[in-house]
Design a protein around this ligand. Structure first.
Ligand code: FPP
Length: 236
């Protein structure tokens, strides 16, 4: 249990940013405005994560299921992503943020996929915060892809282990999330980091993502510090 002077800061926080559409609907606004407001919450949360000393922040920005939304909304979301990358990358870089993208980036087309790759290369040496953007990401697809890699490499059954399998996932080299936050009152994993969240503490809040403030992030971290993590073992 942490004492009040040294709160336990999660090394890796993963967030399902949910509720942009409901935020907009409540104001009679188009969903696109909700997503745009959502990018402001992204900015606040990255700053808060750096401020708090979180080392890895993974954001579920586009799920593999999001392609099923109406084409206008898909266009809005990919446009926002492109806009975000072009306008925020300099600042992210100056703030020491390393960008890592997981998911099927090629589905966004060759131009955006190349921009994402360039952003990763440019920020690769940064050490303040690793920002993992899950884009066209699905947890099951990640696991299936890892299995494919194992088969393609001709791995023998005896050579397979949890550590080996983890190294074949898109998150190779990134520690598992300690804390998973989902906004908007929904309490589901929704095909996010299925393997990686095996021991994550889950934190659900009714706050809609565009309303998610620094204080909400701090509150989630405070709740995390109160949790007793046993990883399946018995308490001491
Ligand atoms: C869920 O809200 C959110 C998304 C599908 C996308 C998240 C995207 C952003 C926060 C903005 C883009 C981010 C970056 C980094 C450029 P929802 O539309 O499912 O909301 P609803 O459940 O209320 O309808």
């Amino acid at each position: 249990m942490a004492d009040s002077c040294s709160p336990v800061i999660p090394r890796h926080v993963a967030i399902i940013m949910d509720g942009n559409g409901r935020w907009a609907a409540a104001r009679g606004l188009p969903r696109a405005i909700g997503h745009r407001e959502g990018t402001k919450a992204v900015r606040r949360t990255i700053e808060a994560a750096i401020e708090q000393g979180v080392q890895y922040l993974t954001l579920f920005a586009f799920s593999s299921e999001n392609w099923q939304r109406p084409p206008e909304e898909v266009t809005d979301l990919t446009g926002l992503l492109r806009y975000y990358l072009r306008n925020e990358l300099n600042e992210l870089h100056e703030n020491g943020v390393r960008l890592v993208v997981i998911g099927e980036r090629d589905r966004f087309g060759p131009n955006l996929a190349a921009e994402l790759a360039q952003a990763e290369v440019r920020t690769a040496g940064n050490t303040k915060l690793t920002l993992v953007m899950a884009l066209s990401y699905g947890g099951r697809a990640d696991i299936v892809e890892a299995a494919r890699r194992a088969l393609a490499a001709g791995l023998s059954p005896d050579a397979m282990s949890e550590a080996k399998f983890a190294s074949l996932l898109s998150t190779d080299g990134i520690p598992d999330p300690d804390l998973l936050i989902r906004t908007s009152g929904e309490e589901r994993i929704s095909n996010f980091l299925l393997w990686q969240t095996a021991y994550a503490e889950l934190y659900f809040t009714d706050v809609l993502w565009p309303d998610f403030e620094t204080a909400d992030f701090t509150k989630a971290l405070a709740e995390f510090a109160r949790r007793e993590r046993r990883f399946g073992a018995r308490p001491e």
